[in-house]
Design a protein around this ligand. Sequence first.
Ligand SMILES: [Zn+2]
Length: 326
Amino acid sequence: MIILVVVLALLLIFSRGFRAARRVNIDPQHDEQKLTAVTADNHPAAGFYHQDYVTAVNSTPDPQAASIAAEPGKNGVQAFNRQGSGSLPLNEDLDMEGNSMQPEDISKEMLLGRVNPASETEGFSLIESRYARRDGMYLRSEALDAFVKMYDAAEKDGIQLMVLSATRTFDHQRRIWENKWNGERMLHGNIRATDIRNPAERSREILRFSAMPGTSRHHWGTDVDLNSLQNSYFEQGQGKRVYQWLADNAAAYGFCQPYTAHGERRNGGYEEEKWHWSYKPIAVQFYHTFAEKISYEDIIGFDGAETARELQVIENYVLDVNRDCF
Ligand SMILES: [Zn+2]
Protein backbone atom coordinates (compact mmCIF):
# COMPACT_ATOMS: atom_id res chain seq x y z
CA MET A 1 0.00 0.00 0.00
CA ILE A 2 2.76 2.44 0.99
CA ILE A 3 4.69 1.51 -2.14
CA LEU A 4 1.59 2.17 -4.25
CA VAL A 5 1.19 5.64 -2.70
CA VAL A 6 4.87 6.46 -3.31
CA VAL A 7 4.63 5.33 -6.95
CA LEU A 8 1.48 7.41 -7.50
CA ALA A 9 3.12 10.46 -5.88
CA LEU A 10 6.18 10.09 -8.10
CA LEU A 11 4.00 9.77 -11.20
CA LEU A 12 2.17 12.93 -10.22
CA ILE A 13 5.39 14.86 -9.66
CA PHE A 14 6.83 13.71 -12.96
CA SER A 15 3.76 14.48 -15.04
CA ARG A 16 3.44 17.95 -13.48
CA GLY A 17 7.14 18.52 -14.04
CA PHE A 18 6.80 17.63 -17.71
CA ARG A 19 3.76 19.82 -18.20
CA ALA A 20 5.52 22.74 -16.58
CA ALA A 21 8.57 21.97 -18.65
CA ARG A 22 6.61 22.20 -21.89
CA ARG A 23 5.17 25.55 -20.84
CA VAL A 24 8.61 27.10 -20.67
CA ASN A 25 10.15 25.24 -23.62
CA ILE A 26 12.75 23.34 -21.67
CA ASP A 27 15.00 21.42 -23.96
CA PRO A 28 13.41 17.98 -23.54
CA GLN A 29 16.75 16.26 -23.55
CA HIS A 30 18.06 18.43 -20.75
CA ASP A 31 14.87 18.04 -18.87
CA GLU A 32 15.04 14.30 -19.14
CA GLN A 33 18.65 14.30 -17.98
CA LYS A 34 17.67 16.36 -15.00
CA LEU A 35 14.79 14.08 -14.14
CA THR A 36 17.04 11.06 -14.52
CA ALA A 37 19.54 12.65 -12.20
CA VAL A 38 16.76 13.41 -9.78
CA THR A 39 15.60 9.81 -9.83
CA ALA A 40 19.12 8.52 -9.46
CA ASP A 41 19.55 10.68 -6.38
CA ASN A 42 16.69 8.75 -4.89
CA HIS A 43 15.85 11.64 -2.66
CA PRO A 44 12.24 12.72 -2.25
CA ALA A 45 13.12 16.41 -2.04
CA ALA A 46 14.84 16.22 -5.42
CA GLY A 47 11.57 15.80 -7.30
CA PHE A 48 10.08 18.75 -5.51
CA TYR A 49 13.17 20.75 -6.19
CA HIS A 50 12.66 20.18 -9.89
CA GLN A 51 9.11 21.42 -9.58
CA ASP A 52 10.24 24.56 -7.73
CA TYR A 53 12.88 25.16 -10.33
CA VAL A 54 10.35 25.05 -13.16
CA THR A 55 7.96 27.26 -11.21
CA ALA A 56 10.68 29.82 -10.59
CA VAL A 57 11.57 29.74 -14.26
CA ASN A 58 7.92 30.20 -15.20
CA SER A 59 7.65 33.34 -13.15
CA THR A 60 10.68 34.86 -14.87
CA PRO A 61 9.39 37.78 -16.90
CA ASP A 62 11.66 37.45 -19.92
CA PRO A 63 10.63 34.36 -21.93
CA GLN A 64 14.03 34.09 -23.58
CA ALA A 65 15.73 34.22 -20.20
CA ALA A 66 13.22 31.67 -18.94
CA SER A 67 14.02 29.12 -21.61
CA ILE A 68 17.73 29.55 -20.94
CA ALA A 69 17.23 29.43 -17.21
CA ALA A 70 15.38 26.18 -17.61
CA GLU A 71 18.55 24.45 -18.71
CA PRO A 72 20.37 22.89 -15.82
CA GLY A 73 23.31 24.35 -14.01
CA LYS A 74 25.36 27.32 -15.00
CA ASN A 75 22.94 28.60 -17.61
CA GLY A 76 20.81 29.93 -14.82
CA VAL A 77 23.48 32.53 -14.32
CA GLN A 78 23.19 33.60 -17.95
CA ALA A 79 19.50 34.16 -17.43
CA PHE A 80 20.38 36.15 -14.35
CA ASN A 81 22.74 38.15 -16.51
CA ARG A 82 20.15 38.89 -19.14
CA GLN A 83 17.85 40.33 -16.56
CA GLY A 84 20.60 42.45 -15.09
CA SER A 85 22.23 41.74 -11.75
CA GLY A 86 20.08 42.18 -8.72
CA SER A 87 16.85 41.20 -10.45
CA LEU A 88 14.76 38.09 -9.94
CA PRO A 89 16.84 35.10 -8.91
CA LEU A 90 15.83 31.60 -9.85
CA ASN A 91 15.23 30.65 -6.27
CA GLU A 92 12.17 32.46 -5.05
CA ASP A 93 13.20 32.26 -1.40
CA LEU A 94 16.23 34.35 -2.09
CA ASP A 95 15.71 38.06 -1.77
CA MET A 96 18.56 39.50 -3.77
CA GLU A 97 16.64 42.35 -5.31
CA GLY A 98 17.88 45.79 -4.39
CA ASN A 99 20.31 44.52 -1.77
CA SER A 100 23.36 44.07 -3.94
CA MET A 101 26.14 46.60 -3.70
CA GLN A 102 26.50 49.14 -6.44
CA PRO A 103 29.80 50.35 -7.97
CA GLU A 104 29.66 53.64 -6.07
CA ASP A 105 29.61 51.66 -2.80
CA ILE A 106 32.89 49.92 -3.67
CA SER A 107 36.13 51.64 -2.68
CA LYS A 108 39.64 50.84 -3.85
CA GLU A 109 40.43 49.57 -0.34
CA MET A 110 37.58 47.07 -0.61
CA LEU A 111 38.80 45.92 -4.02
CA LEU A 112 42.35 45.46 -2.74
CA GLY A 113 41.43 43.62 0.46
CA ARG A 114 42.44 46.46 2.74
CA VAL A 115 39.39 45.73 4.87
CA ASN A 116 38.63 44.55 8.37
CA PRO A 117 35.83 41.95 8.14
CA ALA A 118 35.61 41.77 11.94
CA SER A 119 34.60 45.42 12.10
CA GLU A 120 30.87 45.74 12.62
CA THR A 121 30.58 48.61 10.19
CA GLU A 122 32.06 47.03 7.06
CA GLY A 123 29.14 44.81 6.05
CA PHE A 124 30.55 41.37 6.82
CA SER A 125 29.04 38.60 8.91
CA LEU A 126 30.76 35.82 10.79
CA ILE A 127 30.23 32.36 9.31
CA GLU A 128 28.80 30.05 11.94
CA SER A 129 31.14 27.21 12.77
CA ARG A 130 28.73 24.51 11.58
CA TYR A 131 29.25 25.71 7.99
CA ALA A 132 33.01 26.00 8.15
CA ARG A 133 36.19 24.11 8.85
CA ARG A 134 37.30 26.68 11.37
CA ASP A 135 35.93 29.63 13.31
CA GLY A 136 36.55 33.25 12.51
CA MET A 137 35.75 33.38 8.79
CA TYR A 138 33.57 36.08 7.23
CA LEU A 139 31.50 36.80 4.14
CA ARG A 140 29.58 39.89 3.14
CA SER A 141 26.23 39.53 4.86
CA GLU A 142 24.14 39.11 1.71
CA ALA A 143 26.56 36.52 0.33
CA LEU A 144 26.43 34.62 3.61
CA ASP A 145 22.62 34.61 3.63
CA ALA A 146 22.63 33.16 0.13
CA PHE A 147 25.28 30.62 1.06
CA VAL A 148 23.28 29.43 4.07
CA LYS A 149 20.23 28.88 1.86
CA MET A 150 22.35 26.94 -0.58
CA TYR A 151 23.92 24.93 2.24
CA ASP A 152 20.52 23.96 3.63
CA ALA A 153 19.21 22.94 0.21
CA ALA A 154 22.31 20.86 -0.42
CA GLU A 155 21.96 19.18 2.96
CA LYS A 156 18.38 18.21 2.13
CA ASP A 157 19.72 16.52 -0.98
CA GLY A 158 22.31 14.63 1.04
CA ILE A 159 25.17 16.94 0.05
CA GLN A 160 27.42 18.34 2.75
CA LEU A 161 29.12 21.64 1.97
CA MET A 162 31.93 23.03 4.10
CA VAL A 163 33.65 26.40 3.84
CA LEU A 164 37.43 26.04 3.86
CA SER A 165 38.21 29.67 3.14
CA ALA A 166 36.13 32.81 2.70
CA THR A 167 37.13 36.46 3.00
CA ARG A 168 40.88 37.01 3.06
CA THR A 169 42.43 40.41 3.71
CA PHE A 170 45.42 41.82 1.82
CA ASP A 171 47.71 40.83 4.71
CA HIS A 172 46.36 37.29 4.79
CA GLN A 173 46.91 36.94 1.05
CA ARG A 174 50.36 38.50 1.40
CA ARG A 175 51.34 35.79 3.91
CA ILE A 176 50.15 33.08 1.53
CA TRP A 177 51.95 34.67 -1.43
CA GLU A 178 55.23 35.46 0.33
CA ASN A 179 55.43 32.02 1.95
CA LYS A 180 55.35 30.62 -1.55
CA TRP A 181 57.54 33.31 -3.11
CA ASN A 182 60.25 32.80 -0.46
CA GLY A 183 60.16 29.02 -0.68
CA GLU A 184 58.75 28.45 2.81
CA ARG A 185 55.71 26.75 1.39
CA MET A 186 56.03 24.38 -1.56
CA LEU A 187 53.96 24.90 -4.68
CA HIS A 188 51.85 22.19 -6.28
CA GLY A 189 53.94 19.28 -7.53
CA ASN A 190 56.56 20.00 -4.85
CA ILE A 191 58.09 22.89 -6.73
CA ARG A 192 60.03 25.37 -4.60
CA ALA A 193 59.48 28.86 -5.98
CA THR A 194 63.00 29.97 -5.04
CA ASP A 195 64.35 27.41 -7.52
CA ILE A 196 62.86 29.62 -10.24
CA ARG A 197 65.34 32.47 -10.67
CA ASN A 198 63.45 34.65 -13.13
CA PRO A 199 61.01 36.75 -11.07
CA ALA A 200 58.23 36.82 -13.66
CA GLU A 201 58.48 33.05 -14.15
CA ARG A 202 58.42 32.56 -10.40
CA SER A 203 55.25 34.63 -10.15
CA ARG A 204 53.68 32.81 -13.06
CA GLU A 205 54.16 29.45 -11.35
CA ILE A 206 52.64 30.67 -8.06
CA LEU A 207 49.80 32.28 -10.01
CA ARG A 208 48.62 28.92 -11.23
CA PHE A 209 46.71 28.57 -7.96
CA SER A 210 47.37 31.65 -5.81
CA ALA A 211 46.49 35.28 -6.40
CA MET A 212 48.82 38.18 -5.84
CA PRO A 213 47.86 40.24 -2.77
CA GLY A 214 45.40 42.91 -3.89
CA THR A 215 44.07 40.82 -6.77
CA SER A 216 42.26 37.96 -5.02
CA ARG A 217 38.51 37.57 -5.32
CA HIS A 218 38.67 36.42 -1.69
CA HIS A 219 39.26 40.09 -0.78
CA TRP A 220 35.77 40.95 -1.95
CA GLY A 221 33.86 38.96 0.69
CA THR A 222 31.87 37.18 -1.99
CA ASP A 223 33.91 34.06 -2.66
CA VAL A 224 34.31 30.75 -0.86
CA ASP A 225 36.44 27.65 -1.20
CA LEU A 226 34.39 24.54 -0.49
CA ASN A 227 35.15 21.02 0.74
CA SER A 228 38.60 20.36 -0.79
CA LEU A 229 41.38 22.28 -2.52
CA GLN A 230 42.04 19.36 -4.88
CA ASN A 231 40.20 19.04 -8.19
CA SER A 232 40.65 15.27 -7.89
CA TYR A 233 38.33 15.21 -4.86
CA PHE A 234 35.54 16.55 -7.06
CA GLU A 235 36.08 13.97 -9.76
CA GLN A 236 35.03 10.79 -7.98
CA GLY A 237 32.74 9.43 -5.28
CA GLN A 238 31.06 11.85 -2.90
CA GLY A 239 33.17 14.76 -4.16
CA LYS A 240 31.85 14.20 -7.66
CA ARG A 241 28.29 14.26 -6.31
CA VAL A 242 29.07 17.52 -4.48
CA TYR A 243 30.39 19.10 -7.66
CA GLN A 244 27.46 17.89 -9.73
CA TRP A 245 25.08 19.32 -7.17
CA LEU A 246 26.84 22.70 -7.29
CA ALA A 247 26.96 22.69 -11.08
CA ASP A 248 23.21 22.02 -11.19
CA ASN A 249 22.06 24.19 -8.31
CA ALA A 250 24.52 26.91 -7.26
CA ALA A 251 23.24 29.37 -9.89
CA ALA A 252 19.80 29.29 -8.31
CA TYR A 253 21.39 30.70 -5.16
CA GLY A 254 23.47 33.28 -7.04
CA PHE A 255 26.76 31.36 -7.09
CA CYS A 256 29.01 30.73 -10.09
CA GLN A 257 32.37 29.03 -10.57
CA PRO A 258 34.87 31.66 -11.78
CA TYR A 259 37.76 29.31 -12.52
CA THR A 260 36.44 26.67 -14.84
CA ALA A 261 38.69 24.67 -17.17
CA HIS A 262 40.56 26.74 -19.74
CA GLY A 263 38.60 26.81 -22.95
CA GLU A 264 35.89 28.68 -24.68
CA ARG A 265 34.42 30.26 -21.55
CA ARG A 266 37.79 31.67 -20.46
CA ASN A 267 41.24 31.91 -22.00
CA GLY A 268 43.84 31.26 -19.34
CA GLY A 269 44.63 32.70 -15.94
CA TYR A 270 44.38 30.49 -12.90
CA GLU A 271 43.98 26.76 -13.30
CA GLU A 272 40.58 25.20 -12.87
CA GLU A 273 39.33 25.36 -9.26
CA LYS A 274 36.29 23.23 -8.69
CA TRP A 275 36.17 24.34 -5.06
CA HIS A 276 35.97 28.10 -5.63
CA TRP A 277 32.46 29.60 -5.85
CA SER A 278 31.47 33.22 -6.05
CA TYR A 279 28.32 35.06 -5.05
CA LYS A 280 27.69 36.78 -8.33
CA PRO A 281 25.20 39.57 -7.49
CA ILE A 282 27.90 41.36 -5.50
CA ALA A 283 31.02 39.92 -7.11
CA VAL A 284 29.95 41.13 -10.55
CA GLN A 285 29.98 44.69 -9.20
CA PHE A 286 33.45 44.20 -7.72
CA TYR A 287 34.65 42.70 -10.99
CA HIS A 288 33.60 45.66 -13.12
CA THR A 289 34.69 48.20 -10.53
CA PHE A 290 38.09 46.52 -10.30
CA ALA A 291 38.50 46.85 -14.07
CA GLU A 292 37.61 50.51 -13.84
CA LYS A 293 39.46 51.69 -10.71
CA ILE A 294 42.53 49.51 -10.21
CA SER A 295 45.78 49.99 -12.09
CA TYR A 296 49.27 48.53 -11.68
CA GLU A 297 50.25 51.40 -9.37
CA ASP A 298 47.82 49.86 -6.88
CA ILE A 299 49.31 46.34 -6.98
CA ILE A 300 52.13 46.95 -4.49
CA GLY A 301 53.37 46.07 -1.03
CA PHE A 302 54.60 42.46 -1.31
CA ASP A 303 57.59 40.47 -2.55
CA GLY A 304 57.46 40.10 -6.33
CA ALA A 305 54.93 42.90 -6.85
CA GLU A 306 57.10 44.33 -9.60
CA THR A 307 56.18 41.38 -11.85
CA ALA A 308 52.45 42.24 -11.83
CA ARG A 309 52.61 44.57 -14.81
CA GLU A 310 54.78 42.31 -16.96
CA LEU A 311 52.39 39.42 -16.39
CA GLN A 312 49.38 41.69 -16.87
CA VAL A 313 47.75 40.13 -13.82
CA ILE A 314 44.69 42.37 -14.00
CA GLU A 315 43.79 41.34 -17.54
CA ASN A 316 45.14 37.79 -17.45
CA TYR A 317 44.07 36.72 -13.96
CA VAL A 318 41.55 39.03 -12.26
CA LEU A 319 39.43 39.58 -15.34
CA ASP A 320 39.89 36.23 -17.09
CA VAL A 321 37.13 34.24 -15.43
CA ASN A 322 34.30 32.07 -16.57
CA ARG A 323 31.93 34.24 -18.58
CA ASP A 324 29.03 33.10 -16.42
CA CYS A 325 30.55 35.15 -13.60
CA PHE A 326 30.35 38.59 -15.18
ZN1 LIG B 1 39.49 30.34 -3.66
